[in-house]
Design a binder for this molecule. Structure first.
Ligand SMILES: *Cc1c(COP(=O)(O)O)cnc(C)c1O
Length: 435
């Protein structure tokens, strides 16, 4: 990431650089002061437009300010609807629960109970970890290398990124990170490795409470687990009576084409974490789905002030309507194919550069052998009016995360910018002046 030090008070970034902690991060990659946004377009305060291939790291699957969601929210506010309610019952919350049951759970024959944690992704992961440990009476949790699950101590302990772990300031214990699909270790494939580890743990009487995974490691560099691998993990977990937790915070809510990212594999996780695009408008909201017999917290044993965020319930209920519309899903599938084909042709057209395309649905990546390329391309894209981030432990992957609602013309326009920027980086052209 680049740091632009500007000491001039009239510079638009001055206030952030002067007063905000060094921990700020995305602002360094995208140094503009954003003002408005609609659909897949962001505008900075100067009125410059950017196409958005970042979608708030997956929190804006339906684009910015979707008119339908905004309409419901404005109506709710105008009518003095309850904005905050802890976990007291409200009409907005009941509507969300009913719609989640009708649109998501029942059509998939899923009988999960709903636990509302605090409103961020890491709150959902923490709740799932606590619940898994309490329900099994076991302490250890297994997760996978390359996985990302959040920044609080419990979720950080199953997150693999070294730099992020180093920020903990204390040991991150009672967890083990195993090789993910495609990672080889000690001459064993990752599934055989998991089988051996769980077998060993069982013989020592030290089985973990749960195995936590992402079906697509989004932050980890768009690393995709195959359906066979997911079924294999499920089978090994069942054999040892270990809970399977899917962290669908980024890959869920339609990112891979269906509402849940695990649907195509047919696995049935014991616990599922959702957040990011659940509210659909970028409003914080999180949810843990749990098998009924895992509902072991006493009333209030897990708690939090912001679990009753009704503005999020309002927009989330409306956002779920997308998932009762087959035409919407077909359009997402068509755009995913278009994106994938275009990335493959970009890569195939440049055989002298080592890079590969990977992903599922509308989360795709180009992984570069030379890790500096992805960041250079992201920077060139920004200067040409496209917001696109990098991922992976060395930021070696250019990560495509357009809104599911993006129009085809904007998708193609963004891809043209990527191709132009990649060409500029590979041929060593200087960066264009800021747009
Ligand atoms: C973003 C993310 C989280 C953490 O969510 P926060 O809202 O940032 O706490 C956890 N798991 C996955 C897979 C994520 O992408």
């Amino acid at each position: 990431m680049r740091t632009m030090k500007r000491n001039d008070e009239r510079e638009p970034m001055h206030v952030f650089e002067e007063h905000e902690s060094e921990v700020r991060s995305y602002v360094r990659a995208f140094p503009a002061v954003f003002d408005r946004a609609r659909g897949s377009r962001l505008y900075d305060e100067e009125g410059t437009a950017y196409i958005d291939f970042f979608s708030g790291a997956g929190a804006l699957n339906y684009g910015h300010n979707h008119p339908r969601l905004k309409e419901d929210l404005l109506e709710y506010l105008t009518g003095d609807g309850i904005t905050h309610s802890l976990d007291m019952a409200t009409r907005a919350k009941r509507r969300f629960i009913e719609r989640f049951r009708d649109v998501v759970l029942e059509p998939r024959d899923l009988a999960y109970k709903l636990l509302f944690p605090g409103p961020t992704g890491t709150n959902a992961v923490e709740a799932a970890l606590k619940l898994a440990r309490k329900a099994t009476g076991r302490t250890t949790v297994f997760a996978f290398q390359g996985g990302f699950h959040g920044m609080t101590l419990g979720s950080l302990a199953i997150t693999s990124n070294r730099m992020k772990r180093d920020g903990a300031g204390q040991p991150l214990e009672h967890t083990r990170l195993l090789p993910f699909d495609g990672d080889e270790r000690d001459g064993l494939d990752s599934l055989a490795y998991l089988r051996r580890e769980l077998g060993d743990a069982a013989s020592r009487g030290e089985l973990p409470a749960a195995v936590v995974l992402e079906t697509v490691q989004c932050e980890g560099g768009v690393r995709v687990a195959s359906a066979d691998w997911l079924r294999g993990v499920e089978e090994v977990c069942r054999a040892h009576d270990v809970l399977l937790v899917v962290d669908d915070i980024q890959a869920g809510c339609g990112r891979t084409g269906r509402f849940f990212s695990f649907e195509e594999s047919g696995i049935r996780p014991d616990l599922v974490c959702l957040s990011k695009s659940l509210s659909g408008l970028g409003i914080p909201m999180a949810l843990v789905l749990l098998r009924e017999d895992l509902d072991v917290f006493q009333p209030g044993e897990h708690n939090g002030t912001f679990r009753g965020h009704n503005l999020a319930f309002v927009t989330a209920a409306r956002a779920l309507e997308f998932w009762s519309d087959r035409a919407f899903q077909r359009a997402v599938e068509a755009k995913a194919l278009l994106l994938r084909h275009r990335l493959e042709s970009i890569v195939e057209g440049r055989p002298s550069t080592e890079m590969t395309v990977r992903g599922r649905g509308l989360v795709q990546g180009i992984a570069f052998d030379d890790p500096s390329v992805a960041e250079a391309v992201s920077r060139q894209c920004f200067e040409r009016g496209l917001v696109i981030e990098t991922a992976g432990h060395e930021d070696e992957v250019l990560k495509f995360l357009p809104a599911l609602t993006i129009d085809v013309a904007s998708l193609e326009q963004g891809l043209d910018i990527v191709e132009e920027s990649l060409e500029a980086v590979l041929t060593g052209q200087p960066e264009p002046a800021l747009v």
